[in-house]
Design a protein around this ligand. Structure first.
Ligand code: ADP
Length: 605
């Protein structure tokens, strides 16, 4: 058997010198040996094209045929393509890539179409003897291609030879299938990886201007194309948000395609699935852009956001029939990622816009407070001054009615003064121009002073005041006037939001991180969790403004909604922190609120 492993001389030539029986034996031995070598080779190859290329060479050499060709049926099943060839078949037959429609009536295409073997014997055009055997490469009912074998002999292939070749054809079919499966698996894995990577990359971009361009750039790595565009629906038309491969960028930007009733885009909208056309020139009514070269293959994938189609990715190739179901699937998977990214970028854009608008509104609000505060203060000073002068005029002496009227005017003016001052405080806090004069102060004394200031109001409302731990508080570096304001606002609120007969407790303690903490506790209506942060914003009020009673320390008395904003501004200017705790708001059960103010003992920063 050693001789058979050597480079393969044609078995006919070796067999010619031997008696008939021996010659047949040698030929069969060589055929079997070739078959076994081919079989081994088949298991090692993973690329179907490579595999066929090597197999035809081995068979042609091993069996000593004039020509061996391996044909494959195209994915669409309409043509047979010569995938690999070895030897001399004469003329065009030698050229791999040759494509024959399955209905062309040639021996190979008939075998591919019917799955039946074909055999013929005779002579070539130049009267050389020849025989042809075409075997189907099939798996079950599916014909994947054909193995074409031509010998120089004028008689048909022997039974043994055919058996061996049939066996080989069976092995080749299985090997092709395996290689295809392997390759598909590889491709799938590669695509899954790149889709994941693309998704990650796209979702990291929040720029709506640049994103469609990146989408197309990345799409090219999974579905090759000549031209491609992201088209977004804009009312009754589709406009090009981005494109690649268009010769004139400026003109491409202006493309607007009106959506007609029978538009293919509407099919995408209806089916929510990708669609592809083999040849748009065969589609009646297909609208071509006159300045663009005709690309015959078209593939469209819908961009779906929350079950709504917002546009599509449209991909084209020059030649007809270029896209496959796999491409459509890929484009569709890709479009899903792209749609999410586009939606994220859109939402981000809207959020930014809303934020900018809010910022602008906030500035306008600050400006309004500042202007109103300043403009009101001057006439108020005048009114206050004149009213005080009026009180001293002899003409009003002994006139009780006039006195009451003037007292009322003055108390109204004082209240207005307080509001205007609060507005000015807030505008200073907003513009960070609040002046803080730090000096060591007895904070307990300041808080007790505030409590004393409101003693009358509390008596009037039958509220009990309890203080605890204030006398023992140390000195802190702070601005006494500002702290007076801060705790006044807290105490006024505690009085305002606690019904008559309730109690207010004010405690003070040094806490372990070098700070003092004052807590103002009331047995009032309490505050819902949803409002506990927001009440520190300017003008924020939880109840309905119109139902507030108007007195400053009356139950649910009115206020401009500035007290807590000022309290927070002052606390923060001291490097401290203010917050509220309350189980919720309930006017019947009055769960109460606890306002905590924590201030550092020493000036920070
Ligand atoms: P206002 O001038 O309305 O009192 P504030 O800024 O002082 O403005 O308070 C804002 C809102 O916070 C109040 O309208 C009220 O709804 C709520 N609030 C403040 N303090 C208390 C409290 N002790 N108990 C219940 N609600 C309070």
């Amino acid at each position: 058997m050693d001789a058979a492993i050597e480079p393969q001389p044609a078995p006919e030539r070796r067999a010619a010198d031997l008696p008939q029986a021996d010659a047949t034996l040698v030929r069969t031995a060589v055929h079997l040996e070739t078959t076994s070598r081919v079989g081994q080779q088949l298991t090692t190859l993973v690329d179907p094209e490579d595999l066929l290329g090597q197999v035809v060479v081995m068979i042609q050499g091993g069996f000593g045929y004039r020509f061996v060709g391996a044909w494959r049926v195209t994915e669409k099943g309409d043509c047979a393509v010569l995938s690999a060839a070895a030897g001399q078949a004469g003329g065009e037959w030698n050229a791999p890539g040759l494509r024959l429609p399955l209905d062309s009536g040639r021996a190979v295409t008939e075998v591919c179409r019917t799955g039946n073997e074909h055999e013929s014997a005779g002579s070539t055009e130049d009267r050389q003897p020849c025989a042809e055997l075409v075997l189907p490469l099939r798996l079950g009912d599916k014909v994947m291609g054909a193995l074409e074998l031509r010998s120089d002999r004028g008689e048909v292939f022997s039974r043994d030879e055919r058996l061996v070749l049939q066996m080989l054809a069976g092995q080749i079919a299985i090997a092709i299938r395996n290689a295809q499966l392997y390759q598909r698996e590889q491709t799938r894995r590669h695509l899954a990886e790149s889709l994941e990577e693309i998704g990650r990359e796209l979702s990291s971009s929040l720029d709506l201007e640049e994103l469609p361009g990146r989408i197309l750039e990345r799409l090219a790595t999974v579905v090759p194309y000549e031209r491609c565009s992201v088209m977004l629906q804009d009312g009754p038309a589709l406009r090009v948000a981005s494109q690649r491969g268009f010769p004139d960028e400026g003109r491409a930007k202006d493309i607007r395609i009106e959506i007609l009733p029978d538009d293919i885009y509407l099919q995408l909208v209806d089916t929510r699935r990708p669609l592809w056309l083999d040849d748009v020139t065969q589609v009646p009514g297909w609208r071509l852009v006159e300045w663009l070269a005709v690309n015959r293959s078209w593939l469209g994938a819908p961009l779906i956001v929350k079950d709504r189609v917002i546009g599509m990715i449209s991909v084209t190739r020059r030649e007809a029939g270029a896209f496959t179901a796999d491409d459509a699937l890929l484009a569709s998977a890709f479009a899903s990622q792209a749609a999410i990214a586009l939606e994220n970028a859109r939402l981000y854009g809207e959020l930014n816009h809303a934020y900018a608008t809010l910022e602008q509104l906030d500035k306008t609000k600050s400006r309004f407070i500042e202007i109103a505060g300043h403009e009101l203060r001057t006439p108020l000073t005048v009114i206050k001054g004149y009213t005080q002068v009026l009180q001293t005029l002899p003409v009003f002496h002994g006139d009780e009615q006039a006195r009451t009227l003037l007292d009322g005017t003055l108390s109204g003016v004082s209240r207005l003064y307080e509001i205007v001052n609060s507005m000015l405080d807030v505008s200073r806090i907003d513009s960070r121009t609040l002046q803080v004069h730090f000096e060591p102060i007895w904070i307990g004394a300041v808080v007790m002073q505030v409590c004393a200031n409101f003693a009358a109001a509390m008596r009037e409302r039958n509220l009990t005041l309890i203080t605890w731990g204030l006398e023992d508080l140390p000195r802190v570096e702070a601005d006494g006037d500002l702290l007076l304001k801060l705790f006044s606002h807290l105490l006024v609120n505690a009085i305002k939001y606690t019904p008559d007969e309730g109690s207010i407790t004010v405690t003070g303690a040094v806490v372990d991180d070098g700070a003092v903490e004052i807590v103002v506790i009331d047995t009032g209506i309490g505050i819902d969790a949803a409002h506990q942060e927001l009440i520190f914003e300017r003008f924020y009020q939880t109840g309905e403004v119109s139902v507030h009673s108007s007195g400053k320390t009356k139950f649910k008395g009115g206020g401009p909604g500035l007290g807590l904003a000022i309290a927070r501004g002052i606390t923060q200017a001291h490097g401290g922190r203010i917050w509220v705790e309350s189980p919720g708001c309930d006017e019947a059960s009055c769960p109460g609120s606890r306002f905590h103010v924590r201030l550092p003992l020493r000036r920070t920063g």
